[in-house]
Design a protein around this ligand. Structure first.
Ligand SMILES: Nc1ncnc2c1ncn2[C@@H]1O[C@H](COP(=O)(O)OP(=O)(O)O)[C@@H](O)[C@H]1O
Ligand SMILES: CC(=O)N[C@@H](CCC(=O)OP(=O)(O)O)C(=O)O
Length: 301
């Protein structure tokens, strides 16, 4: 065998290791949530775009839902508006809503669309407002037994997948900002991006929900230990939910909603690791935390 063939062999083996995953997921919808905290630097964002385009060319149908919490907080700060979170959700006044919409739809979404489109005419950005993709009503979380008003924060009441499905059928990569149209008035609502991604994954009948964040996965005993729970069933997760805090609450509630509504696996992975999406596919074990429906326990995902 020539030296060239020898050096190429490990590359072929790596590609072949991904074959079972690619075969199982061919033509399937994968909803990928890119958290604002995972958008650490330009290299990571470019690597994220490469991974998504790779999945698309490998025969999957990726749908990107993006966050932008830290970016919104920075913009609010510049406008002299203080950021406050209740039950993991941003208290969103009318003035803050304008900034949220400007940052998500006008800044973060545009940047991701631009990065994806460096690889061809693939990505099309939209918000939940477009073609009634996400409809919401006012969300009032229960805190210490009382319903609390946190402003223009939406609770999803309906999803219309028509526009996203049309884009997928046309070979495009939809990039969705988590803003909803209001079913009550002519205005819009701020929706947590994990919640929006999970609702879209369920409504689209996605195979997988991948949530990229700024931790390795769900820690068993956060913040005391960095032991990551690698796999858990819907029932196991449901029992854990009351113990979770801050950003993990909407994330894990979203994963639970997804697997209880037809999504085969929901994964929380470390978006700070370059090419984390491909690592998830190319490593047999996967990285991060994987949530599966109860009936799937013991099956390969
Ligand atoms: N059990 C847990 N395991 C891991 N992270 C946790 C846990 N509980 C709370 N967290 C917090 O949740 C954060 C992730 O959520 P969030 O800040 O909303 O990220 P994103 O912008 O990716 O949505 C972590 O950085 C961590 O501080
Ligand atoms: C209601 C609510 O909290 N909305 C979020 C929307 C963005 C988001 O979820 O961004 P990450 O995924 O980066 O956290 C916010 O205003 O921060």
């Amino acid at each position: 065998m020539s030296t060239r063939k020898h050096t190429a062999l490990p590359k072929a083996q790596i590609l072949i290791e991904a074959l079972p995953w690619l075969t199982r997921h061919h033509g399937k919808i994968v909803v990928i949530k890119f958290g604002g905290n995972a958008m650490v630097n330009e290299e990571l964002k470019s690597a994220f775009a490469q991974d998504v385009v790779f999945l698309r060319h490998a025969g999957l149908k990726p749908v990107v839902v993006h966050g932008g919490g830290p970016q919104i907080s920075a913009a609010l700060d510049r406008h002299g508006i203080v950021s406050e979170f209740r039950a993991g959700l941003r208290v969103t006044t009318e003035d803050a809503m304008d900034v949220v919409r400007m940052v998500l739809a006008g800044q973060v979404q545009r940047e991701l669309v631009g990065l994806l489109n460096q690889h061809g005419p693939l990505a099309v950005g939209l918000t939940g407002e477009d073609a009634h993709t996400i409809t919401a009503t006012r969300h009032q979380p229960e805190i210490d037994g009382e319903l609390v008003d946190i402003g223009r924060v939406g609770e999803i009441t309906a999803i219309d997948t028509g526009a996203i499905e049309a884009l997928l059928a046309d070979g495009r990569i939809p990039v969705v900002s988590s803003i909803a149209r209001s079913q009550d008035d002519g205005h819009v609502y701020n929706v947590n991006a994990d919640t929006a991604a999970a609702a879209l994954a369920a409504a689209l009948g996605a195979e997988t929900l991948m949530v990229l964040t700024d931790v390795e996965g769900l820690y068993e005993d956060w913040p005391n230990s960095d032991e990551v729970i690698s796999r858990l069933t819907a029932t196991q997760l449901e029992k854990l939910l009351p113990e979770l805090s801050s950003g993990m609450v909407p994330k894990m509630e979203g994963c639970l909603h997804a697997v209880r509504n037809g999504v085969t696996t929901a994964r929380v992975i470390d978006g700070r690791v370059q090419h984390s999406i491909l690592l998830e596919i190319f490593t047999d074990e996967g990285i991060g935390t994987m949530v599966v429906p109860d009936e799937a326990e013991g099956e390969q995902s």
